[in-house]
Design a protein around this ligand. Structure first.
Ligand SMILES: Cc1cc2nc3c(=O)[nH]c(=O)nc-3n(C[C@H](O)[C@H](O)[C@H](O)COP(=O)(O)OP(=O)(O)OC[C@H]3O[C@@H](n4cnc5c(N)ncnc54)[C@H](O)[C@@H]3O)c2cc1C
Length: 408
């Protein structure tokens, strides 16, 4: 006699994507398999334990927060929006708060409130959660999915891969899902750390650690060609650069790239114009005063002057045209060569993952294997800081769950 699958849906991974999918699947028997002893380990440390689960910006504004892959995310983000996410939790008793940057948190500032709500909602849908079980393989056999751990086998009609990426491997995200997807015929876009600080080659500025720049213009150069630019806040660290502007841009960084950063608040032409004007109107103005007025902190102006070979206490009238050019470059496009990004132990997200060309953006179903779905960071999706990654996990999980609900 033909064997029937034990479960309608198996979800591998109890992160926000897997748990939210389980909470939204309203038919059939669902099993969630999680390799860690406890679910949602990464969710628990998100937003420094406070869980910034989405952002209050307009839905249309989300388009700039997923690098080059927003096109795929658009239907999901417009179907299950940030407002839906907030309402979903508020309906379940979780009050939310929004900070000045639009980041939305549970009002308790406890990630555990988000996790417990997800777990309760999944259990209300009768989803079964088994923890401490690492899936080793997933394949199609006899017209159903066969999912194996070291000593157990489970079968299902549908399979959702919600195993996350590679960042913070201690939370359980070690890229296992990529090999399951590969074995099922999918291509993987080479993963790399995203939302990561960078180490700078020959970094001479460790005494600046903690100094920050507001909304600085960051330009990225590879082989002397500009390949992108991004505005954002920067923080100097002991070995390089961090801050939201660097983290959000880091998905594009490669070792050996050059970052050119505007350290002041003037564009190069305006810097030169104001310099020339100040030198002719009051040539006795000291370089340090001019640089301070251009928005440079005391420590940065010292570096800009030193790198240009000019004493900061020199009057503007005595500064040559050549030195002025050097000052403009050092102040408005200061170069930093990337030695490396900080790696998966520190990166908060993974760029790359299951290739989006092989997944239907309206259902998150594989275009190659019927009834196979993907949700969350396993996909070639990585969002900026500010709640965009957990929102992506929820939106993609919602699309997969609704597709499964419609089918059965
Ligand atoms: C320090 C830190 C802070 C962050 N803060 C924020 C924030 O404030 N806001 C935000 O939007 N994003 C934040 N992120 C990113 C966000 O947490 C992730 O994008 C999100 O958790 C991804 O959800 P996911 O469900 O796809 O994957 P994950 O959360 O990684 O969950 C995947 C689950 O799958 C399990 N798993 C993996 N392999 C197997 C296997 N073989 N068998 C069984 N189970 C398996 C893992 O153990 C894990 O529990 C942060 C990330 C980090 C590291």
């Amino acid at each position: 006699m033909e064997k029937l699958p034990e479960y309608d849906t198996i979800i591998i991974g109890a992160g926000p994507a897997g748990l939210f999918a389980a909470a939204c699947i309203n038919r059939g028997r669902t099993l969630i398999l999680e390799k860690k002893e406890k679910p949602g380990r990464k969710l628990m440390i998100s937003g420094s334990g406070q869980c910034n689960f989405t952002n209050s910006g307009p839905v249309s504004g989300f388009s700039t927060h997923y690098g080059n892959n927003y096109g795929f995310m658009k239907p999901a983000l417009e179907t299950f929006t940030n407002h839906h996410a907030v309402n979903w939790f508020e309906k379940r008793g979780i009050k939310t708060i929004t900070d000045k940057n639009g980041k939305i948190f549970p009002a308790s500032l406890k990630a555990s409130d988000i996790l417990n709500t997800l777990l309760k909602a999944a259990s209300e849908q009768n989803a079964r959660l088994m923890t401490g079980l690492a899936v080793q393989s997933a394949r199609v056999e006899g017209g159903m999915f066969l999912v194996e751990t070291a000593d157990r086998r489970f079968t299902s009609v549908n399979l959702i891969l919600g195993t996350g990426g590679l960042s913070y491997p201690s939370t359980g995200s070690t890229g296992d899902g990529y090999s399951f997807a590969k074995s099922l015929g999918h291509s993987i876009v080479s993963p790399k750390p995203a939302l990561t600080p960078v180490f700078i080659k020959g970094f001479e500025y460790d005494d600046l650690a903690g100094v920050s720049l507001k909304n600085a213009q960051i330009m990225l150069f590879r082989d002397k060609r500009e390949i992108g630019s991004h505005p954002g806040d920067i923080v100097f660290t002991h070995k390089g650069l961090s801050g939201p502007g660097i983290l959000d841009f880091s998905r594009f960084f490669e070792a050996g790239d050059t970052l050119k950063i505007n350290l002041c608040n003037l564009q190069p032409q305006e810097f030169e114009r104001q310099f020339t004007e100040a030198a002719s109107e009051n040539g006795k103005t000291l370089l340090s005063t001019f640089l301070r007025n251009a928005g440079l902190t005391r420590s940065l102006l010292r570096i800009v002057a030193e790198k240009s070979g000019v004493n900061p206490e020199k009057p503007l009238a005595e500064i040559s045209k050549q030195a002025r050019k050097a000052l403009t470059e050092q102040a408005c496009s200061h170069s930093f060569i990337i030695e490396k990004t900080a790696g998966y132990k520190t990166a908060m997200a993974t760029a790359g993952g299951v290739s989006l060309t092989e997944v239907d953006p309206l259902t998150m179903e594989s275009k190659l294997v019927e009834n196979l779905y993907f949700a969350g960071e396993i996909l070639d999706i990585d969002g900026d800081t500010g709640g965009y990654n957990i929102q992506a996990a929820f939106s993609t999980a919602w699309m997969a769950a609704q597709a499964i609900n419609r089918k059965q």
